[in-house]
Design a binder for this molecule. Structure first.
Ligand code: ZN
Length: 487
């Protein structure tokens, strides 16, 4: 029997696109995994709804802003094991990687399972219904790590884009420097055998890629960073993804040294020549994109995932997302991994995205609350090439978030409910999160999952990772130390 849900007396419903008007005192009807009606209480339910004898679950959403489920376009679930590690808290991006890799080298299936459950649960609690996970650290994985990750995600019920990534090389001089700390184990971090790698990627596609509309599991491919030294591999990955209908994803905010590596092309041209730029490709960060780069991305249909908290945490430049939007770039929002976000809460990052770009852009480009919401919904769907999610409209996926705006934090902000949520609100949890027609968060609590157990399991796994890394390297990662100490 199709499950039907009616969200009644919604204080204000925001459909997703910034140009589509919001609806006060709204009514939203869901049947199974689809939205079947969006309107006002005054108009009432359509006849096909009222004549259907199937039972309806009614949820009173007075006091709530209702939006499409938020879409998280960039994450690294495994990094939930290394939040707020002292040695990595104030390190530059390269040094942050230097102190993090000896920890991440200890990753095993039980750890990744714990991290995957915690990361997914936190996203659901922040109103997120679809997430990508850039899982690039699976070099020795014979399938057990990926299976543990997929099991964890499946148990939480979030819609998932598994970026089955890889790391053919380490950045800068990290291989040499990490070798001094980790010995030969540093090589276990990298995917050096292309044939083995491609076999594993094909296996992941076979097991986890469902390209049907409303799919709960899609696979994307790509290395953690653009691999200029292996152009044939970049092209092979693009061809493989294209052949299977998978997405492509990597970090892209080219540093000056990448200009040299990509020569005679520019980095963006290297990507285009490698067959990477097309719909379904999305790139993390884009903080250093030039106007010509943005024009290339717009022309080819590739998108960008903006991760505001990471660019603050790691000291990247501020991405000019007002300019990105003005140029017509597909722009989504991401929390990025918890080693550089520490929180993993998409609602918080939506608030930060609304404000952060203002320090770098003129007021004419500043985001309205509706424009910010559009990035986290419609924009993320476009970047992930998922036309059936990210909007509240008949026929779209029943992915919905409701946030209370009747608490003390929003009191007095009555003129603009979405502005209240994003500018005044300090509550970090969605009141209700529905994924594919299933209620996953209700009254700010996970449904069917033990939140305390998830946290305890992750803490135990994180302690194990710290202890194992200490045994392997002699470094006590729980101590506040400088990078020089680690050397
Ligand atoms: Zn990242």
């Amino acid at each position: 029997m199709t499950v039907r849900i009616a969200l009644r007396r919604i204080t204000r419903l925001y459909p997703g696109p910034a140009t589509v008007p919001s609806i006060p005192d709204a009514l939203l009807l869901l049947a199974g995994h689809r939205i079947v009606h969006v309107g006002s209480e005054a108009e009432g339910a359509p006849e096909f709804w009222t004549v259907d004898p199937t039972p309806v679950r009614e949820i009173n959403c007075a006091g709530c802003v209702v939006t499409p489920g938020l879409i998280n376009a960039h994450h690294h679930f495994f990094q939930h094991l290394t939040r707020a590690v002292p040695a990595a808290m104030s390190a530059s991006p390269l040094e942050w990687l230097f102190v993090s890799y000896p920890l991440w080298a200890e990753l095993d299936p039980a750890m990744l399972y714990a991290a995957g459950r915690a990361a997914s649960a936190e996203l659901l609690l922040s109103g997120c219904t679809t997430t990508a996970d850039c899982a690039y650290l699976l070099p020795q994985d014979d399938g057990a790590l990926a299976a543990a990750l997929m099991q964890a995600v499946g148990e939480t019920g979030i819609r998932f884009h598994f970026h089955r990534g890889c790391m053919p090389t380490l950045e800068g001089d990290l291989e040499e420097r990490l070798g001094a700390v980790m010995g030969g184990r540093v090589r276990t971090l990298m995917d050096q055998d292309e044939a083995v790698l491609c076999k594993r990627l094909e296996h992941a596609i076979d097991c986890y890629h469902d390209d049907a509309a409303f799919s709960m599991s899609r696979v994307a491919l790509g290395p953690t960073g653009v691999t200029y030294t292996r152009p044939a591999l970049m092209t092979r990955l693009a061809d493989m993804a294209h052949g299977c209908g998978c997405g492509l994803h990597t970090h892209f905010h080219p540093r000056p040294d990448e200009d040299t590596k990509a020569a005679p092309d520019a980095p963006i041209q290297f990507l285009e020549r490698s067959g990477w730029l097309r719909p379904g490709t999305w790139l993390a960060h884009g903080t250093r994109l030039q106007p010509s780069d943005i024009a290339t991305l717009v022309r080819t249909g590739a998108g960008v995932a903006h991760c505001p908290r990471t660019i603050v945490r790691l000291g990247f430049g501020v991405a000019p997302i007002g300019s990105f939007r003005q140029a017509g770039l597909k722009l989504g929002l991401g929390v990025d991994g918890a080693a550089s976000n520490d929180q993993g809460n998409l609602l918080n990052d939506l608030r930060l995205a609304t404000l952060l770009h203002r320090v770098a852009e003129p007021p004419a480009l500043w985001l309205t609350p509706e424009a910010a919401l559009e990035i986290a919904t419609v924009g993320g769907a476009a970047a992930l090439d998922r036309p059936e999610i990210g909007r509240l409209a008949p026929g779209m996926a029943a992915d919905v978030a409701a946030f209370r705006v009747d608490g003390l934090d929003c009191a007095g902000a009555v003129a603009d409910p979405l502005g209240a949520l994003l500018f005044a609100g300090t509550e970090t949890r969605a009141w209700l999160t529905i994924v594919n027609g299933e209620v996953r968060v209700e009254n700010r609590q996970l449904v069917g999952l033990d939140e305390g157990r998830i946290a305890a399991d992750l803490n135990a796994a994180a302690c194990r990772m710290l202890a194992q890394a200490k045994r392997a390297t002699g470094i006590d990662f729980s101590k506040r130390m400088t990078v020089q100490d680690a050397r």
